[in-house]
Design a protein. Structure first.
Length: 114
């Protein structure tokens, strides 16, 4: 599975961005699809995850502001990010689990700054 993430950029606090992650495989076969983010010197942290049969979970820091979704017809994962804050600045990565395999997309940089 190859994952192509895009949609990052620079935005002012309070602004919005939508990240997308196009998968080469069928998203309907994936166990989980998720977004993570990483800042320099820190671990890669889970932002939001969709698990087949177990629903959606968000990190507390993004609840009510971010929305994760999948379009199975387009084999694409999305992350709608609203009311962005400077602390959301990070490189965002999409992740897919299919059976015993774990796949990562390249990162896309989100910068929130005035």
């Amino acid at each position: 599975v190859q994952l192509q993430a895009c949609g990052g950029g620079s935005v002012q606090p309070g602004g919005s961005l939508t990240l997308s992650c196009a998968a080469s495989g069928r998203t309907s076969t994936f166990s989980t699809m998720a977004w993570y983010r990483e800042t320099p010197g820190n671990d890669r942290d889970l932002v939001a995850i969709i698990s087949r049969g177990r629903g959606i979970k968000y990190d507390d820091s993004v609840k009510g502001r971010f929305t994760i979704s999948i379009d199975d017809a387009k084999n694409t994962l999305y992350l709608q990010m609203n009311n962005l804050r400077p602390e959301d600045t990070a490189v965002y990565y999409c992740n897919v689990v299919e059976g015993p395999y774990d796949y990562w997309g390249h990162g896309t940089l989100v910068t929130v700054s005035s």
